[in-house]
Design a protein around this ligand. Sequence first.
Ligand code: NDX
Length: 260
Amino acid sequence: MSFCVSLCSPSLVLALSSLLGALGFLLLCLNLRAPARYGKHQEKPGKPWARVPARCAWFLQELPSFLVPALLLALRSPPRLEPPGCRLLCGMFCGHYFHRTFIYSFFTRGRTFPLQILLFGMLFCIYNGFLQGYYMIYCAQYPKDWFSDFRFTSGVLLFLFGMGINIHSDILLRQLRKPGDYTYKIPQGGLFTYVSGANFFGEIVEWFGYAIATWSIPAFAFALFTLCFIGPRAYHHHRYYLRMFTDYPKSRKALIPFIF
Ligand code: NDX
């Protein structure tokens, strides 16, 4: 434990978390005006060499979010998984990114992805993977009864609930297309009955669940970042559908069922 504590730099954690929050705020301002240019919001296809097949792009982009914390865990000396921080990191954060990197990426039927956004996305995932991993492995300290604390249990439930919605909604989107089809259709079923950004709603709930379960500043900063980045994306998806489909369900909201 003393080794673990001596490697922790609270000022580094605070600085990196503040920067993550600030990036979220910057993206909120930028994305409220115009959505990030990938998927249905790409204006021009761009040069063929500057585009990457979706499967490859999502794999490369998301891999560091899994690999960086996993490497930090493996390099920890002595390597131990018992501390609550390491178990939470493995079970929740790495679990999510294992699915996103090795399962979601291999099944996506998305359009080609802009190289520039892929590179920014990878940088982001290295940064966030390092911050979350470093904090949970070297800084986080929990009381012995943390696993029966209300914050832990409610956070884990919220995380699983959000993850379920996110994965189910991404599957519903994928089923809208046959292989080789890149057209857009009206999503149906699941939480899409109520909102256009069902997958985004699930992801936001998931990361707020993680933040509550870990009760940590980096995790709250990441949850806030997620809200700031994919919240406006859901709003732009909603406007896109209303523009493209005259028969789009009028009662459907953008992100939060019955509210927004
Ligand atoms: N990747 C998170 N800018 C991001 C990539 C972009 O995981 O710094 C954040 C992530 C990155 C971003 C990442 C970080 C910030 C960056 C940004 C780019 C610039 C920005 C780096 C890392 C940045 C500066 C430098 C200015 C500061 O053809 P298609 O692809 O549209 O097909 C889609 C399909 N689909 C449909 N098919 C048929 N009919 C329809 N109506 C359809 N609608 C959609 O479904 C896709 O194949 C698929 C999903 O599409 P969509 O648009 O619903 O979701 P998408 O945005 O692609 O996200 C996929 C999943 C989803 O579960 C979402 O929750 C999660 O990834 N995600 C996404 C983004 C960020 C994130 C999670 C997070 O912050 N936690």
